[in-house]
Ligand binder design. Structure first.
Ligand SMILES: Cc1cc2nc3c(=O)[nH]c(=O)nc-3n(C[C@H](O)[C@H](O)[C@H](O)COP(=O)(O)OP(=O)(O)OC[C@H]3O[C@@H](n4cnc5c(N)ncnc54)[C@H](O)[C@@H]3O)c2cc1C
Length: 541
């Protein structure tokens, strides 16, 4: 019988505390002796920078996994279980299926999109012995890099190969943060796959794990080669247009693309949330799409030094911790919605998350060392149909209106409207040089006038609130840059619960962020992998 792993929670350690001391304290806290333990490892580590008793006291919050010898569970251990300090750890999941449903024997599956959802779906299918075509409208990594550089040079975006489209999907030029709020059994094998492809081993432990754009660009080719060795065929520069189908429920027989037809027995649709054209075309062909709430706001940028000083202080411990992170929340109040920071990139840069000409959208990325002098994050509120109207594409249309307005306000050349925080609060344009990491240039603009009033007021309230936690956050060194319209997707493609099939389809499974089931790299990878497993287990009808 496989041995049970127990997770010990609520542990703390000093910044420099040796692991042996922590181990002794952790075991004592849950009534275990050294002799009782077969294995012990730190499973999660995060920096706790909260003030306690009015004083800064940096420490690590930790969780540890232990395996016990036969009959080693003491009375004190059982008490620790009852008070929740120890919980049984779910066994790690697997990225393959042992028995494939007979309806998929010898099948060929089309995966549309080579982002994290599509790639990890393909991995599960291929490791389970099923033939896979991964089709992506964007270019493979090297050519995509040239296209992104071309956009920065010419200010003319390539609508097929850009920061959002191409090998690795939207996260390829990112901070590569791997945080997820779901404690999912597939997280471990996904992290192990990334580590085997070259990611640092501590991503398995660090609760603020990030890979960084530079390392992602070394990992993706390794992942691609593993997939190729398992028989996956990649088709970059190939936009899927629509499909041939028959029957009731409809069965997709072939995908039609800009480079011809792909015969398929099943399809995983993993297009991400920027492929508005594809979603509209497939909706016109009967794919059911619902609107869903999504996050909307601006980026805010500060000198990293301002953030690090506020979070880590200036003591000797701060030096070993590197650039500081923040995650800030301002609850709803005074008739205004909640606002929060999102996707914070320490030592990063603001980028133009642009996939179609005439629309401007910001996001953030960084390299593995977080080495730039800037800290940026999205500052967002959640909007839903009450704010942007009814209809499947009402949220998309709202995004498009906002992105077009910011594009125009920036000078119609992908400079981004920018406003210092005090000017945003006071409702006036900023004057003088606006320094930012945004390579295409910050142009003084009235972000306060471009945003819907309710969003503006919620962000103003949040800025003042956050300034109490990070002094200077709403000061002249805080620069708002916009617009941050795609922090999450505005639609959901409803799935039949158990099978995950799209409504009315026998062999179509929508996955990832574009389908409304993920909000980041890790959650997209988990959704793609789990959906592929379901498909293999349940088959097609
Ligand atoms: C700049 C930036 C930074 C980010 N930073 C982080 C971060 O640090 N951490 C984090 O967790 N998340 C981050 N995100 C979000 C994260 O990248 C996404 O949540 C994630 O990539 C979604 O994965 P996905 O596979 O669902 O879709 P995507 O990654 O969007 O992939 C979809 C793919 O489908 C392809 N496609 C679309 N339509 C078609 C079609 N018709 N035919 C063929 N192919 C098509 C696209 O070319 C694309 O490659 C960031 C996003 C951006 C833009």
């Amino acid at each position: 019988m496989a041995s049970v792993t127990w997770r010990i929670r609520n542990l703390h350690a000093g910044i420099d505390e040796p692991e042996a001391e922590l181990r002794a304290r952790a075991l004592a806290a849950v009534g275990l002796s050294e002799e009782a333990v077969r294995s012990f490892r730190i499973a999660r580590r995060s920096l706790d920078a909260r003030r306690r008793g009015g004083r800064r006291a940096l420490r690590f919050a930790l969780q540890a996994d232990v395996e016990l010898r036969e009959g080693a569970r003491s009375e004190a251990f059982e008490r620790a279980r009852r008070r929740g300090q120890v919980v049984e750890r779910a066994a790690a999941g697997s990225l393959r299926v042992d028995v494939v449903h007979p309806t998929l024997a010898g099948a060929r599956v089309g995966v549309v999109g080579a982002g994290p959802a599509g790639l990890f779906a393909a991995l599960v299918l291929a490791r389970s012995g099923v033939a896979v075509d991964v089709i992506d409208r964007g270019a493979g990594l090297a050519a995509r890099g040239r296209d992104v550089a071309g956009f920065l040079r010419t200010r003319v975006p390539d609508p097929e190969s850009n920061l959002l489209y191409g090998e690795g999907g939207a996260g390829t030029y990112s901070d590569g943060k791997l945080y997820t709020r779901v404690d999912d059994p597939l997280e471990t094998p996904i992290l192990e796959t990334l580590i085997a492809a070259g990611a640092p081993a501590d991503i398995a432990v660090d609760s603020r794990a990030h890979i960084g754009t530079d390392r992602l660009h070394r990992i993706l080719p390794e992942l691609r080669e593993e997939l190729r060795r398992s028989g996956v065929r990649f088709h970059f520069g190939t936009r899927v247009l629509d499909f041939d189908s028959d029957g009731e429920p409809r069965r997709i027989r072939a995908l039609r693309s800009s480079r011809g037809e792909f015969p398929v027995d099943a399809v995983l649709l993993a297009t991400g949330h920027s492929a508005r054209d594809t979603l509209r075309d497939w909706a016109a062909r009967g794919l059911v799409i619902h609107p869903k709430p999504f996050q909307f706001g601006v980026r805010i940028e500060h000198p990293q030094e301002l953030v690090t000083r506020a979070r880590h202080g200036t003591g000797p411990e701060a030096a070993s911790l590197g650039p500081a992170y923040y995650g800030l929340v301002c609850r709803a109040g005074q008739g205004l919605p909640a606002a929060h920071s999102f996707c914070m990139c320490p030592g990063g840069q603001i980028v133009a998350s642009v996939s179609a000409p005439g629309f401007l959208c910001t996001n953030g990325m960084s390299n593995s060392r977080h080495s730039s002098a800037w800290a940026n994050a999205a500052l967002v509120v959640t909007l839903g149909p009450p704010e942007y109207g009814e209809g499947a594409f009402a949220g998309v249309e709202f995004q498009e209106r906002m992105e077009a307005a910011f594009f125009e306000a920036g000078g119609s050349d992908y400079r981004a409207p920018a406003q210092r925080a005090p000017d945003f609060l006071a409702g006036r344009a900023s004057s003088g040089e606006l320094r930012s990491s945004y390579k295409l240039g910050a142009a003084s603009g009235r972000i306060d006038a471009l945003l819907p009033e309710r969003v503006r007021d919620a962000l103003r309230r949040a800025l003042l609130h956050f300034d109490r936690q990070i002094p200077g956050f709403a000061g002249p060194e805080g620069l708002l840059v916009g617009v941050e319209a795609r922090s999450s997707g505005p639609v959901r493609l409803p799935r039949v619960d158990e099978t995950r099939r799209a409504l009315g389809f026998a062999n179509l499974v929508p996955v990832g962020e574009g389908a409304g089931y993920a909000g980041g790299i890790m959650s997209a990878a988990i959704d793609g992998a789990r959906s592929a497993q379901r498909l293999l287990e349940i088959g097609v009808s």
